[in-house]
Write a protein of this length. Structure first.
Length: 76
């Protein structure tokens, strides 16, 4: 992981984005402390997020809420 000072990051932002796009992670630092990280995006499908639930459906106890009429809206 490459560490870059804020001032350098501001001056070379396009180059940093190109590096991140190529798979590199860049840490942005201020006074020697990491304040942000630029990381490559890894798209996640909703199906991937919920996969653990589908693998063990017996462990999930979902309850459908009772049907209720809509609440009145106050007018001003």
């Amino acid at each position: 992981m490459r560490h870059v000072q804020v001032t350098e990051a501001k001056a070379a932002f396009s180059g940093l984005l190109a590096a991140v796009e190529a798979g590199e992670t860049v840490a942005i630092t201020r006074r020697g402390r990491v304040i942000a990280r630029l990381v490559p995006d890894s798209p996640t499908m909703a199906a991937d997020v919920f996969q653990p639930f589908w693998d063990h459906p017996e462990e999930i106890d979902l309850v459908v809420p009772d049907e209720r009429p809509p609440e009145p809206v106050a007018t001003l």
